[in-house]
Design a protein around this ligand. Structure first.
Ligand SMILES: *Cc1c(COP(=O)(O)O)cnc(C)c1O
Length: 406
């Protein structure tokens, strides 16, 4: 059987073919295979290399600001009147989210590989900004592919990328959104085999990307696990994170996967509800298929056409999900639950008022689920929510949702 019902460990994947059970792999054009294999060879070399680790740790500490704090959210805890809520403060990182963890790791890998040029794809622009940031820091020219629709919707991030020295290439194919930008980046990669490194923004894509992005983001869970043991003397009862492509979530979850008593919940964008197509809940309302070089749960219609998702938070509207999440879903180790736009907006407002923290709308989805379950939990129980990013970028969206002008 591909997938034993109860594996001894949930932390050993992927296998040598890059599979997590029936998910993952590398479904790419023949011409891309040498590139992927070259990347895999270098990744296998650096992942246990003490010099590489030391350089990454040094940058994570002094450039990105790690370790991020594990903060007892006392105001929210009092307000909800149940379990103690902690926030893992990825919002405090340089560039305002967890995305810098992955970008620092990959830019060092690109340097090791002797690459001369960085390409990236971005939807909301957050990954584009993080990629342009590390490219500026290391002196790489950087091209960011971005759907033309997104370029128009996310002008402040487009401007940031340009300030950082990146070239933003609008993609007009398809609906001009993230999926089209990813296809265009893959195309660029094939045509510029020799000198180009493709810096993928989430735990998706062909093997070994899901694994390497997960490992770079696992610093979140490794720190959180040590911090809660230090602060509370025990593991949490529940951990929660929002899932777009799934990088901040797998980063928090992975170090806890074999702690059987820790309940793990991933939050999908429920948008305006799962009945129609205005959501991004690929694991609750999608079906397995192949996209961006891997097999995973996808939003698709009956003919297998990939659908554009919808979410109040642009960072969650990727029509697929990283393959490891698909496997964790089917194996039952992690629960995946949708949260609606309105529920996320309420959690955004609540957190801002009772904690003095403006969370990213993505993170507000995770908080919204805590708001639902915490009141029914005991006061001595512990919930950790991944605060994946800060919400300054979202104030215009929130204002228009509230019918206000800035
Ligand atoms: C991009 C982003 C996400 C979603 O991406 P993942 O790969 O699922 O983590 C979540 N939160 C914030 C703040 C983001 O910028």
């Amino acid at each position: 059987m591909d997938q034993p019902a109860t594996p001894n460990s949930f932390r050993t994947g992927p296998d040598e073919q890059g599979m997590f059970g029936i998910f993952g792999g590398r479904f790419v054009a023949e011409t891309l295979m040498p590139l992927i294999l070259d990347l895999e060879r270098h990744w296998n070399e650096v992942k246990n290399d003490p010099d590489f680790k030391a350089e990454l740790t040094n940058l994570s500490t002094h450039y990105a600001g790690r370790p991020s704090k594990l903060y007892f959210a006392e105001g929210l805890t009092k307000h909800l009147g149940g379990a103690k809520v902690y926030f893992k403060r990825e919002d405090l990182n340089h560039t305002g989210s967890h995305k810098i963890n992955n970008c620092l790791g990959q830019i060092l890998l690109a340097k090791r590989m002797g690459k001369k040029r960085i390409i990236a794809e971005t939807g909301a622009g957050q990954h584009g900004v993080a990629a342009a940031t590390v490219a500026a820091r290391f002196g790489f020219p950087c091209v960011v592919y971005m759907g033309a629709t997104d370029v128009a919707r996310q002008s402040p991030n487009v401007f940031r990328m340009k300030l950082l020295g990146a070239e933003v290439r609008p993609v007009t194919a398809g609906h001009g959104t993230l999926k089209d930008a990813m296809n265009e980046a893959l195309r660029d990669w094939v045509t510029n085999v020799e000198d180009t490194y493709y810096l993928i923004g989430t735990a998706a894509g062909p093997h070994p990307y899901p694994e390497l992005v997960r490992d770079f983001q696992s610093v979140i869970g490794i720190e959180a696990r040590a911090q809660i043991l230090e602060q509370e003397g025990r593991l949490p009862d529940t951990i929660i994170a929002a899932v777009g492509g799934g990088s901040n979530a797998i980063g928090l979850f992975h170090p806890f996967l074999d702690d059987k008593d820790v309940r793990i919940i991933g939050i999908e964008a429920g948008g305006r509800g799962l009945d129609g197509i205005e959501h991004c809940a690929s694991m609750n309302a999608g079906a397995p298929g192949v996209l961006h070089g891997n097999r995973t749960y996808l939003l698709q219609n009956a003919d297998g056409q990939i659908l554009d998702g919808h979410s109040i938070s642009a960072g969650l509207d990727y029509p697929g999900v990283g393959p490891e999440h698909s496997w964790l879903r089917d194996s039952g180790r992690v629960e995946y639950v949708p949260i609606l736009d309105d529920e996320a907006l309420e959690a955004f407002k609540l957190t801002t008022r009772v904690e003095g923290i403006i969370p990213a709308l993505e993170s507000a989805h995770a908080i919204a689920h805590a708001v639902k379950i915490v009141p029914a939990m005991d006061k001595d129980q512990i919930v950790i929510v991944n605060l994946s990013g800060r919400g300054d970028k979202d104030v215009h969206t929130v204002a228009s949702m509230l019918g206000m002008e800035i």
